[in-house]
Design a protein around this ligand. Structure first.
Ligand code: FPP
Length: 249
């Protein structure tokens, strides 16, 4: 068996500094605890979390990161109360409306992964409009994971490969990592370089399991609503100090 090729190594970011990750993903965690610490309802934590999204997006633009992927709603989040789900959906609609102009001004392209049809026609329509309007933007790609689960994404990719095999488009003996990767929702984006999780929890929670194969992981104690330029710069600094070997020596 031939060994899998190492993914493209992010030697050079667009600003040429060489140590800035091209693709950063974040598991935004700790909104509830942030609110509880202040005696506030959970929705206040999510509101403050949405402001942290703005700050972090700006920090990513300023640092020359190409892709920022945010875990906004997991396929497991449906287990939360209907009230909290409605709050989260309402917040997303509010911020999408308010921030579309910012995305345009900052030259940010929006991309979605997951299945956002489950949120109903209004949000789906609004998301469709934002995708269309920002499609030509080039400075940063903001990928929002909505109703996303990594195992489901991989299973769907395997299903599509199986269909191609059944249709005679693919020889089953030649099916490899590349064929599967081509069917993932992140296909076409640069390899994931850095995965950050906030709030002191140390797990991946079904987020980008395939894509994180060679990513550097940074676990921050900062609760998501307190995240911003400083914490982002700190994670980037940790990344710059890591020696990436991609399985080699
Ligand atoms: C985790 O905190 C956070 C979420 C489940 C939702 C993330 C949503 C936002 C940041 C707000 C809106 C998003 C956008 C893209 C505008 P938690 O509730 O699990 O916190 P806890 O673990 O402390 O309870």
């Amino acid at each position: 068996m031939t060994p899998a090729a190492a993914p493209d190594q992010p030697e050079q970011s667009r600003d040429g500094s060489g140590s800035v990750p091209r693709h950063v993903a974040i598991i935004m965690d700790g909104n509830g605890r942030w609110a509880k610490q202040r005696g506030l309802p959970r929705v206040a934590g999510h509101k403050a979390g949405a402001e942290a999204v703005r700050r972090t997006m700006q920090a990513a633009v300023d640092h020359g990161v190409e892709v920022l992927t945010l875990y906004a709603f997991s396929s497991e989040n449906w287990r939360r109360s209907s009230e909290e789900i409605a709050d989260l959906t309402g917040l997303m609609r509010f911020y999408l409306e308010r921030e579309l102009a910012t995305l345009q001004k900052e030259n940010v392209r929006l991309k979605l992964i997951g299945d956002c049809s489950a949120f109903g026609p209004d949000l789906a329509r609004q998301l469709g409009k934002a995708l269309e309007r920002t499609a030509g933007n080039q400075r940063l790609t903001l990928v929002v994971a909505l109703n996303y689960g990594s195992r489901a994404e991989i299973a769907a990719a395997a299903r599509r490969v199986a269909h191609k095999v059944a249709a005679g488009e693919l020889d089953p003996h030649t099916v490899d990592e590349h064929n599967l990767e081509c069917e993932l929702q992140t296909h076409g984006l640069p390899e994931l370089d850095l995965l950050i999780r906030t709030s002191g929890e140390v797990r991946l929670s079904n987020f980008l399991l395939w894509q994180a194969a060679y990513a550097e992981l940074v676990f921050s104690d900062v609760l998501w609503p307190d995240f911003g330029e400083r914490a982002f710069a700190d994670a980037l600094e940790q990344f710059a100090g890591r020696q990436r070997r991609f399985g080699g020596r």
